[in-house]
Ligand binder design. Structure first.
Ligand SMILES: Nc1nc2c(c(=O)[nH]1)N(C=O)[C@@H](CNc1ccc(C(=O)N[C@@H](CCC(=O)O)C(=O)O)cc1)CN2
Ligand SMILES: Nc1nc2c(ncn2[C@@H]2O[C@H](COP(=O)(O)OP(=O)(O)OP(=O)(O)O)[C@@H](O)[C@H]2O)c(=O)[nH]1
Ligand SMILES: [Mg+2]
Length: 464
């Protein structure tokens, strides 16, 4: 428990129906009784927990009524933070909430740090670390699938699985440690074959979760998708067509786009972080050169390249070498301007050049072919999992942090399996099993350091 009371504006500032100031900590009762005058009877000491009270927020110095509000009273420990919590539900707009916040500060509360309410929920044992991270993912969810995955984790889906996997390691660890601690005792022998089978089974579950982590990350963050190609092939037109808005300037002058333009889109449920880039070419224009360098940087960091070609002309040598420079990276080749032609002669040459790519004919001008593009992307995102209805049902690893821990755990277990096979001494095997146990515990936060917690909660918004 903390000895200070924190306060934050919990809603976005600006026009809106309601604005909420939330406080949590030991002085909540005191603060409420100092600045809130209920229309009807009672005080925090007589109200039932989780009740709403109409009343005025009063400035104690001059008795001025700041706003007429609903006060939500929640009595610890059965609250979000596990402490006493009150929420001042003010009228929306920024002045009333700011005034109420100032009054609360004057009563001795201090401004909450980013994520501090959720951090208190974690430290109070109401949420584990994976659930706390999921709170952030719910807020930042990009699509309804992303939301479903985040809410699943908030409700403990990931945590339950990790806890269950750890629990399976426990009896093996206990047995080994008993052998180490009491070598003289007549302990029942560990069934080596059965232990190896069990470890392999646990490891298989880890591998399966890791395998789908790429999809999970796309669900959470969107797919970093770079639209690239030579100048004037219709990259910006494609961005505009996908966004359904004239976002980027389109002209028939090659070299129109200089700066990269990044936009998030929900393309029929597929979260894309789309980047329109400057067309790639040798140029003497210093501004365009910078643009081309930027394009290269975006390409280097992309998850997927949408390579745009002009279908109304043959594949150019520059395009050939461009494609070759992309190597094996995931790519969809778009034959744009298909409204001008009825076939494309170089399709076979393209297929030989980039066997991993999908090739989609389309027209950014008319919108023809965009549905097929969406279909191709959907198939790629869920390449690992054909049935997209699985999203809500299944567990997805959506964070690199979780993936890293799983990879480490699976390495430890693989080592333990090898050791068992080779008859290595229990003292050594137990180190690997402990390692697996600990790195899995980092996911749920049982074994997380203060630094890690600082790092995670720093990425939260204030008031959460
Ligand atoms: N006004 C408001 N809306 C909100 C939140 C909030 O804090 N305030 N939340 C904040 O993120 C989310 C809801 N999450 C919450 C989770 C637990 C408790 C809570 O008080 N839990 C207690 C008591 C439950 C009960 O008695 O019914 C508990 O679980 O013990 C409150 C909100 C979204 N909406
Ligand atoms: N007929 C036809 N014209 C198109 C299509 N897509 C784009 N164009 C035209 O092609 C020209 C170039 O389009 P942009 O979208 O600016 O091309 P870009 O690839 O972004 O060009 P840079 O920014 O210079 O690299 C414009 O005149 C567009 O109207 C299409 O599908 N069909
Ligand atoms: Mg452009």
């Amino acid at each position: 428990m903390y000895n200070d009371t924190i306060v934050a504006i919990a809603t976005a500032l600006g026009a809106g129906g309601i604005g909420i100031v939330r406080i949590s900590g030991p002085d909540v009762r005191l603060i409420v009784s100092q600045i809130f005058r209920p229309r009807y009877a009672g005080t925090p000491d007589t109200w039932a927990s989780h009740t709403l009270h109409l009343g005025g927020v009063i400035r104690p110095s001059d008795g001025q009524v700041i706003d007429e509000i609903l006060l939500a009273w929640m009595k610890g420990p059965r609250t979000y933070t596990t402490e006493d919590v009150a929420e001042f539900h003010c009228h929306g707009g920024s002045v009333a909430v700011r005034e109420v916040m100032a009054l609360v500060l004057a009563c001795g509360a201090r401004p909450a740090e980013p994520g501090e309410f959720t951090r208190r929920a974690f430290l109070g044992g109401r949420l584990d670390l994976a659930q706390a991270e999921a709170v952030l993912d719910v807020i930042n969810a990009k699509t309804k699938d992303g939301l479903a995955v985040a809410v699943g984790q908030l409700r403990g889906k990931l945590s339950e699985r990790i806890t269950a996997l750890r629990a399976r390691l426990l009896p093996i660890m206990a047995h080994l440690e008993a052998m180490i601690d009491f070598p003289e005792e007549d302990l029942p022998d560990l069934d080596i074959a059965q232990t190896i089978t069990e470890l392999a089974a646990v490891r298989k579950e880890l591998v399966e979760l890791i395998r789908r982590a790429d999809t999970g990350q796309v669900l959470r963050e969107g797919w970093k998708t770079v639209i690239a190609g030579l100048p004037n092939v219709g990259k910006s037109s494609l961005l505009n067509a996908l966004l359904n808005e004239q976002r980027a300037i389109v002209t028939d002058i090659p070299g129109t786009t200089r700066d990269a333009i990044e936009e998030f889109i929900d393309l029929q449920g597929i979260p894309l972080r789309l980047v329109d880039t400057a067309g790639l070419r040798e140029t003497d224009d210093p501004i365009e050169q910078i643009g081309v360098e930027k394009t290269q940087q975006y390409l280097a960091n992309s998850d997927l390249v949408l390579l745009v070609l002009d279908a109304s002309r043959p594949l150019l040598p520059e395009e050939r070498s461009l494609i070759e420079s992309f190597g094996e990276r995931p790519m969809v080749v778009l034959l744009n301007k298909f409204d001008l032609v009825d076939h494309y002669d170089d399709e076979q040459r393209l297929r030989d050049l980039v066997p991993q790519a999908d090739i989609v004919p389309l027209s950014a001008r008319t919108g023809w072919g965009l549905d097929q593009l969406a279909e191709v992307l959907r198939r790629r995102v869920f390449a690992l999992n054909e049935d997209t209805a699985m999203v809500e049902r299944d567990l997805w690893i959506t964070r690199l942090r979780h993936r890293d821990s799983l990879v480490k755990a699976q390495d430890f277990l693989a080592q333990a399996e090898r050791d068992f096979r080779q008859g290595t001494a229990p003292d050594f095997i137990t180190i690997d099993l402990r390692g697996a146990w600990e790195v899995l515990g980092e996911i749920t936060g049982e074994t997380a350091s203060t630094d890690l917690l600082d790092q995670i909660f720093a990425s939260f918004c204030i008031g959460k």
